[in-house]
Design a protein around this ligand. Structure first.
Ligand SMILES: Cc1cc2nc3c(=O)[nH]c(=O)nc-3n(C[C@H](O)[C@H](O)[C@H](O)COP(=O)(O)OP(=O)(O)OC[C@H]3O[C@@H](n4cnc5c(N)ncnc54)[C@H](O)[C@@H]3O)c2cc1C
Ligand code: FES
Length: 279
């Protein structure tokens, strides 16, 4: 079956293939679901209800971005991976789930990233913000496509939180690291890495960011100052994930210059950086 045979979003029970630690407090969960694996695009996300079979606790799903699509020997999509950081009740419940159990999920959700740029791409990730960029790197770096290279600038608090660096290398994405405590790579902000490149005269065709709001705001200022095209993927709190509750809204600048609230789960999570009104 080809990816185009699938539609969505779907609400289903998916079997956990594995749920393994990949860094401190960070796990990769693989969910067997050919329909979602065959339809989801980079930058889209799924809502996962982390409670065990039959449990309603926590009641609400948690939004998690597509990390990677898993294919069988014939190339058919059979499962997908999500990488998550344990921060609260939902993600700690998820980390206790085991292979063979099933999870309630719905997706694919959100708009996802756009087409590959005509030139080099730079992904800027803070904290667990690297997760959408593996699938994006695979997509944009397809042979014969317009994007010749992709670089991930990846900032975390300390080296033991770095997750999936080898996956990015294997996908052909260059990786440069920054840590708050200097335990790996540049000692300082991840946006410093981009600023240095721009100061050297580099001019990526596209910059994409995902991470904490303060980092994204700094990235938006930096790229605007250099006249660069930049999109950001927002990680606002979500309750429903499909546009009904308005718990996820963000102020987005409109063509007439006014700001209006937009639902990150439907109109996003990806927005042009210069359109976001940073508080
Ligand atoms: C589109 C999208 C994609 C995402 N993709 C990923 C991903 O791939 N991997 C990943 O690890 N996380 C991702 N997140 C964030 C993830 O959804 C939250 O970390 C998760 O919902 C937290 O649930 P919890 O029950 O563990 O924490 P809770 O118990 O709900 O919260 C614990 C604490 O963290 C704070 N908090 C919770 N969520 C957020 C948030 N989104 N922003 C700021 N503070 C928050 C709460 O206020 C509270 O103080 C994504 C979010 C969005 C919107
Ligand atoms: S999470 Fe309910 S409208 Fe976005």
């Amino acid at each position: 079956m080809s990816g185009t045979d699938f539609q969505g979003p779907f609400h289903r029970c998916a079997t956990i293939v594995e749920n393994v630690p990949v860094a401190r407090e960070t796990y990769r969960i693989r969910l067997a679901d050919p329909a979602i694996a065959g339809s989801i695009r980079p930058g889209q996300f799924v809502m996962i209800r982390p409670g065990g079979d039959g449990s309603d606790d926590p009641l609400l799903g948690r939004p998690l971005a597509l990390y990677d699509v898993v294919r069988d020997a014939s190339g058919a999509p059979v499962a997908f991976d999500v990488v998550y950081l344990v921060i609260g009740r939902g993600t700690s419940a998820l980390s206790r789930r085991r292979a063979g159990e099933s999870l309630s999920i719905w997706g694919p959700l959100g708009n996802g990233f756009g087409r590959a740029p005509e030139g080099p791409a730079v992904f800027v990730a803070g904290g667990i913000g690297q997760t959408p960029f593996l699938a994006l790197g695979r997509d944009w770096l397809q042979p014969g496509g317009p994007c010749p290279s992709a670089t991930l600038l990846y900032g975390v608090r300390s080296a033991d939180l770095l997750a999936g660096v080898d996956d990015f290398h294997a996908a052909g994405v260059h990786v440069e690291i920054a840590t708050d405590d200097g335990s790996a790579g540049h000692h300082g902000f991840v946006t410093d890495l981009l600023a240095r490149r721009l100061d050297r005269g580099e001019r990526p065709a596209k910059v994409v960011g995902c991470g904490p709001p303060a980092m994204l705001a700094a990235l938006a200022r930096l790229t605007e100052r250099h006249g660069l095209d930049c999109d950001v993927s927002l990680e606002n709190h979500m309750a429903c994930g499909f546009g009904a509750c308005f718990s996820c809204v963000a102020p987005i600048r409109q063509p007439d210059g006014s700001a209006d609230l937009r639902r990150v789960c439907v109109e996003g999570p990806v927005f042009p950086a210069r359109g976001v009104v940073w508080s």
